[in-house]
Ligand binder design. Sequence first.
Ligand code: CP
Length: 334
Amino acid sequence: MSNEAQTNSDTSATVQRDSAGRLRHLITLEGLSREELTALLDLAQFYVRSPGELPARDQTLTGHTVANLFFEPSTRTRVSFELAAHRLGADVVNLDMQTSSRVKGETVLDTIYTLQAMHADILIMRDAEPGLPAYVAGFVAPNVCILNAGEAHLSHPTQGLLDALTIRQHKPDFSQLKVLIAGDITHSRVARSDLQALTTLGAGEIRIAAPDDLMPRPGEFANARRFSNIDEAIAGVDVVMALRIQRERMSSAHIVDEASYHRAFGITAERLRKANPDAIVMHPGPMNRDVEIASDVADGPQSVIQQQVTNGVAVRMAVLATIARNVQARRQLT
Ligand code: CP
């Protein structure tokens, strides 16, 4: 499969737009304007409901068929896309990749063409192959949309949106915001999409903190302040985003001892006291408790981790609804 996809993330930002400049696919947050991001967040906020209320529903996706194609494990993203599509009135299919014809050697494009032939028109993809969503987007039929649900270490746009929405609910003025993203930055698509969203939305200061061998190459994260000492990095921040150690993307050179890592880089209650008193604590999940984040912090009063999960459904409803409206707009012109 690695021969199929070109590792060219530069093309993602252009491939995802139609000839009128509307979003046709969502592959990256790179290139989305502040107005586009704000419109998506506003629509997501419209779909948010308080705990105990029934979830929001409408029929925006009636007639559409959404297919979930997750070639890497997922709980939050897959389930929330499925719920979001159901709540907007779509038909939904979840391809079980372990029992799909991919394991018999079918190419990803043949899998996509097969679903397309069954009138699946919104395809949600997660894959470890860099560049695959943009590559596939170049081959699908004009009415078919590709939504990136996690692409290697490069991009996780709906996670970037749900993180921005969660921050905005607590800290509406981004201009004064100090955000720390801490942990395995090198392997994190969440960190990259968060950086894109927060930069475009005008966050005052973005800090990244990681051990040397988990720090991205110079040139990446160019507008973030880099820290190798977590105690210095956390001082005075408003948002602490802890990242999972991604063992599945590590070579043996990167593998770290969990207890040593927790001592050196874990977000503990003692460290959190150095952040602003009203700082919020985030984690995209799944968590390695007592490795990158202490369990009492993850469950503590400053944690908004469950709110991130709740917002994930609303954000995915907003993305699906926006993409479907853009499809409709194109149809009316042809
Ligand atoms: N945050 C996130 O992508 O979680 P899942 O891997 O469970 O989808």
